[in-house]
Design a protein around this ligand. Structure first.
Ligand SMILES: Nc1ncnc2c1ncn2[C@@H]1O[C@H](COP(=O)(O)OP(=O)(O)OP(=O)(O)O)[C@@H](O)[C@H]1O
Ligand SMILES: [Mg+2]
Length: 311
């Protein structure tokens, strides 16, 4: 079973405006609610594609109930811990004319030490049957980055592969526990290394250095420049597929889903990369964060190329 762990569960509210401008009222041309936290996004994408997973984490209030209902509708099993406050709603703004997008995040869950202990217990109970753990995202206020190395180490100590996706300061904290894969985007990789990531070669050098230091394989996503998978003895450039992008939010989380699928099925990671980047492209076609259609994923699957890098 694929296990996903989301501390900061989220619903994303995506609003499309013709052109985003400060100091004026804008009329939305479209709006949609969808999933938001990275690991729950991966569960949701897997569910759309007929693959069950177990989603763990913290949830609260009406929005928390909504997260569960959306996951159940796609066959995801959930076992969230009820905490204080309310699962947050983040606002994603898509500015259609210039193709820009921005996200406003909030922090509305109240977590205490007892909740974290309960989550530790649920993860430990799930690990014997787990094919992998997908963990990451921001943390609710009151939670420290040290949550990540501790929870990643619980899985790694039991030989369960971990797919970890977070931004600083959580990314460098979690890396200390040597997750199996990380999935930084361009900005996250740049903040982690303190170096600009302009070219594919910048990404390759940064990714290879991370592998040498932590034994973790970075699967780097570069938006409309595609992806770069740095594996122990090989690397692949994954060109983007030419599509009319509606919203790229959550596309990176489809790559987490792909890696998890390969681990669940005992397939070569190459198969997971193909599925992940096909699903990422399918997410780009939908207005909602991490939403995709199975038919699109299947259509894109044979088109994804893994080109050995450096060539
Ligand atoms: N404009 C685009 N055109 C084609 N493919 C895209 C585009 N944007 C994203 N993708 C595909 O989706 C993958 C993941 O996108 P991206 O790098 O934006 O992830 P991300 O920043 O982690 O996203 P998120 O955190 O919102 O999930 C890319 O590697 C690429 O394959
Ligand atoms: Mg991402």
């Amino acid at each position: 079973m694929i296990v996903t762990v989301t501390a900061n569960t989220t619903i994303d509210y995506t609003v499309f405006v013709p052109q985003f401008e400060m100091n004026r009222t804008m009329r939305a041309v479209n709006q949609v609610y969808s999933m938001g936290g990275k690991p729950t996004d991966a569960s949701w994408i897997l569910g759309e594609n007929g693959i069950t997973s177990l989603a763990l984490g913290f949830a609260a209030g009406n929005t928390g109930e909504r997260v569960k209902a959306m996951l159940h509708a796609r066959g995801v099993q959930t076992d969230f811990i009820e905490v204080g406050g309310e699962t947050r709603i983040n606002v994603v703004i898509i500015s259609e004319n210039d193709g820009g997008h921005a996200t406003i995040t909030t922090s509305t869950l109240d977590i205490n030490e007892r909740h974290i202990n309960e989550l530790r217990g649920k993860l430990l109970a799930a690990l014997p049957e787990a094919s992998c753990v997908v963990i990451g995202g921001t943390l609710p206020k009151m939670m420290q980055p040290a949550f990540y190395p501790e929870f990643i180490a619980l899985a790694r100590a039991r030989n369960v592969p971990v797919i970890f996706d977070a931004d600083e300061p959580n990314l460098s904290a979690g890396l200390e526990a040597r997750p199996t894969y990380i999935k930084p985007n361009r900005d996250e990789l740049s903040r982690l290394t303190g170096q600009p990531v302009n070219t594919i070669d910048d990404a390759y050098r940064a990714g290879r250095a991370l592998y040498e230091r932590y034994g973790t394989c970075p699967i780097i996503t570069l938006g409309d420049d595609g992806g770069l998978a740095v594996l122990p003895d090989r690397a692949y450039r994954i060109p983007p597929l030419p599509v009319e992008v509606v919203s790229p939010a959550g596309a990176g989380d489809a790559v987490l889903a792909g890696l998890a699928l390969a681990l669940e099925r005992g397939q070569p990671i190459e198969d997971g990369l193909r599925f992940g980047f096909a699903a990422a492209t399918a997410v780009c076609l939908m207005p909602g964060t991490a939403d995709c259609r199975r038919a699109d994923v299947e259509r894109f699957l044979p088109l994804v190329e893994l080109l050995p890098y450096p060539g």
